[in-house]
Design a protein around this ligand. Structure first.
Ligand SMILES: Cc1ncc(COP(=O)(O)O)c(C=O)c1O
Length: 443
């Protein structure tokens, strides 16, 4: 039987959605509405059948430079005409160049190397495995409701996967609370002090090799930590000689209004993981870390096509576009407009609007007195927004993750705000039937 809602999209889009249901494995699906896309340009997604939607997700930030960016298309085409092999074993100029570019763009200490990979998942997994292999201290500190990937150690240290039961938690990982100023501890304790205390307690045992940190807790609800969070962790890492790893996969590379989110607090991590926008839709990721960790064991992180010339050329061009088009600055200004727009709704169901640049969370609640999370309302809002022409997803249950391409225009921001306001009114008025929502529960 069809999921509800297919009769309200274009017949060709519904037909494709049905074929997907019958052919593609559910294990890799995360659906909030029946979106079937045939093309895209800039911040626009074109549904099968021709309807256009404003993309406020950028495919979870992977299309960060926008769909079909002309310089990225040109880089792909040029590299694909005569690629020098497909990756492993032979050295190629763009793979080496991408590693060199990252070493130049990522502040760090000592001699470093770059792991080139395919996805945020393998960059985090390989970085954590390298630490564990090379350090006598086998423990990792990670955060509850964090997300570092869908494979291996990256998955087993992802608090979110652990809390949904999708994976057995890594036995040597200590999970601590991510400080959330909007939802402080019930006992009145300061959120940051509690977290730093938990981290210090874990470090003091002497068996922790590394802490893995998201500068904003992204899939866990676009939580903006209090000022001093990264600085506090850096200080503890220095005191207890623990490696400081930062996961910039979702909110890094221009999106936070600076090139790197960790620069918001001026810290210098030992390890930095990248993915998503680094390939602008192609599978490109990287981790930058100490040579002493990333050089051995030899041949222990082998994916045949890593560093392949086409992906590497794209990664290099993405970095050039980010810098030359000053997209971090653009993200900073666009983000202010976006957050001001949400705040201007003054809507009784918006509990919190937060973010840096174009990495934003809008938390939906039953009412502003209790601030009770309302995931059903969030599901209804994003479904209605889809019907009205905006693509945006929910994270952490009740938070809209608003992460458009960095090239979004002011006009597109204003139009998407109008649509989202309407979507909230319609969802509150019960215009999205429960049976429709039941077909698309996302996470
Ligand atoms: C912070 C963070 N790290 C790592 C990953 C994994 O990236 P990918 O799904 O591209 O493997 C994600 C994906 O959402 C993420 O948000």
């Amino acid at each position: 039987m069809d999921p509800a809602g297919l009769d309200s999209i274009a017949p060709a889009a519904a037909a494709l959605y049905r074929r997907d249901l019958a052919a593609v494995a559910g294990i890799e699906k995360l659906r909030f509405f029946p979106l079937a896309v045939e093309s895209g340009h800039g911040s626009t997604l074109v549904e099968v059948g021709g309807r256009e939607l404003i993309d406020l997700s950028a495919t979870w930030t992977a299309s960060g430079l926008g769909h079909g960016h002309p310089r990225i298309t040109a880089a792909i085409t040029k590299a694909a005409m005569a690629p020098g092999g497909a990756g492993l074993t032979a050295v190629n100029p763009d793979a080496v160049g991408l590693a060199e570019d990252l070493l130049a763009l990522v502040p760090g200490k000592g001699e470093r190397r770059v792991y080139l990979g395919h996805a945020g998942s393998d960059s985090c997994d390989v970085a954590l495995r390298a630490v564990r292999y090379n350090s006598a201290r086998k423990k990792i500190v990670a955060f509850k409701e964090s997300y570092h990937g869908g494979i291996g150690l990256a998955m087993a240290t992802s608090g979110l996967h652990v809390s949904t039961g999708a994976v057995t938690p890594d036995a040597n990982t200590v999970f601590v609370d991510y400080p959330n100023p909007f939802r402080p501890p019930a006992n009145g304790e300061d959120a940051l002090a509690r977290t730093l205390g938990q981290i210090e307690a874990a470090f003091a045992v002497g068996d922790v090799g590394c802490i893995m940190v998201e500068p904003m807790l992204a899939d866990g609800g676009m939580v903006l930590p209090p000022a001093g969070f990264l600085k506090g962790i850096e200080a503890l890492c220095q005191r207890y000689e623990v490696l400081f790893a930062v996961d910039e996969v979702k909110v890094g590379l221009g999106r936070p209004g600076l090139l790197h989110a960790f620069q918001l607090e001026g810290v210098i991590p030992d390890i930095v993981c990248f993915g998503k926008v680094l390939g602008n839709g192609l599978p490109v990721s990287a981790a930058v870390g100490p040579a002493a960790l990333f050089d051995k064991p030899k041949a222990a992180a082998l994916l045949t096509t890593v560093g392949n010339p086409i992906c590497a050329a794209v990664g290099r061009e993405v970095l050039r576009v980010l810098v030359e088009e000053d997209l971090a600055n653009r993200a900073a200004r666009a983000g202010e407009r976006l957050r001001a727009g949400f705040r201007a709704f003054n809507h009784p169901r918006i509990g919190d609007v937060r973010g840096h640049g174009l990495a934003n969370g809008v938390e939906l609640v039953t009412d502003r007195d209790s601030n009770t999370p309302d995931p059903d309302f969030a599901a209804a809002v994003i479904y209605r927004a889809f019907e009205l022409g905006v693509c945006v997803y929910q994270v952490g249950g009740n938070t809209l993750e608003v992460t458009p391409p960095l090239v979004i225009t002011d006009e597109e921001i204003d139009r998407s705000l109008e649509i989202l306001h309407q979507a909230m009114e319609d969802a509150a008025a019960g215009k999205v039937p429960a049976e429709v929502l039941a077909s698309y529960r996302g996470w």
